[in-house]
Design a protein around this ligand. Structure first.
Ligand code: CP
Length: 312
């Protein structure tokens, strides 16, 4: 079953059978990652460009590693080290890179919809690596892979996403992906950090943390974006932490084997205590490892890798 699209711009428009294909392919990629020599020739001759207008550690590095493991050529462009700083437009930048033969663009941009615009301009595949407050689909996929590995299924699970939902593209991708795969998603946070018209989304909404995580299989803790406090969206870090921070005591409201996730970067001591972040319930580093496997799968599927990866 092939993917039904040229680009991956969000999980809202992706079919469940496509999500299954990507997750199954990512599991095959984990076998490649477990080998002593992590190198396959699958994407030799393919050219991938990462185009990041915002900072990143995990997403950018894992796409770069994924490309290198699969023998693709990879170039990394960011505003500071490119003609973007001289005022070159997005349209001219991607036209220039396309003219050099790019087969895939991996794009992060502060504006929601920027990857969609780029996808409309180029024949190359475009992967959204996070656009504004819209989506971060490869993060949603790696979160699903991590839950699937720990719980053996997605269908029927209860997943609480806690914190600054309004500004979180991770929350949106998790919501679309997980609900398509049969999980129940809860948004948990102060009402000022819940999106407008949240009642139209396929989620349950809680403004009390212990009610929100009660009986949950998974808690995904979002980063509190400290810059938001200046806009008065919550009174103080201390108050946020006491009401919504995930601590050992608070976890007692969830199932004993609850899986605790965080997309990173973490503010230890604010949205999650160091004790929980380093506990056996937490899977933060597994998420990062799975990020490489998922991004290998995306490069493979969107670049039409011909070889059988497991046999390569
Ligand atoms: N989770 C995530 O997107 O992290 P980075 O900003 O480091 O890529």
């Amino acid at each position: 079953m092939p993917l039904h699209r040229k680009d991956l711009l969000g999980l809202q428009e992706v079919e469940p059978d496509e999500i299954r294909l990507i997750l199954d392919t990512a599991l095959s990629m984990k076998e490649v990652l477990a080998r002593p020599i992590r190198k396959v020739p699958t994407l030799r001759g393919k050219s991938i460009v990462t185009l990041f207008y915002e900072p990143s550690t995990r997403t950018r590095t894992s796409f770069e590693l994924a490309a290198k493991i699969m023998s693709a050529d990879i170039s990394s462009i960011s505003p500071g080290g490119s003609s973007i700083v001289k005022g070159e437009s997005v349209k001219d930048t991607v036209a220039t890179l396309q003219a050099m033969g790019a087969d895939m663009f991996v794009v992060r941009h502060q504006a929601s919809g920027a990857p969609h615009f780029i996808a409309s301009q180029v024949p190359a595949a475009v992967i959204n690596a996070g656009d504004g407050m819209h989506e971060h689909p490869s993060q949603g996929l790696l979160d699903m892979l991590t839950i699937l590995e720990r719980k053996g299924r997605l269908d029927g699970l209860k997943v609480a996403i806690v914190g600054d939902i309004t500004h979180s593209r991770v929350a949106r991708s998790d919501m679309w992906g997980l609900t398509k795969m049969g999980a129940t998603v809860r948004f948990v946070g102060p009402s000022t950090l819940l999106p407008a018209e949240v009642e139209k989304l396929p989620v349950e909404v809680y403004t009390d943390l212990e009610e929100g995580i009660a009986d949950c299989d998974v808690i995904n803790v979002l980063r509190i974006q400290l810059e938001r406090q200046e806009r008065g969206l919550f009174p103080s870090i201390r108050e946020y932490s006491s009401l919504f921070g995930i601590s050992r005591e608070r976890l007692r409201a969830a199932k004993p084997d609850v899986v605790v996730m965080h997309p990173g970067p973490m503010n230890r001591g604010i949205e999650i205590t160091a004790e929980v972040a380093d506990s056996e319930n937490a899977v933060v580093t597994t998420q990062v490892t799975n990020g490489v496997a998922v991004r290998m799968a995306l490069c493979y599927l969107f670049l039409g890798g011909a070889a059988n990866v497991a046999a390569a």
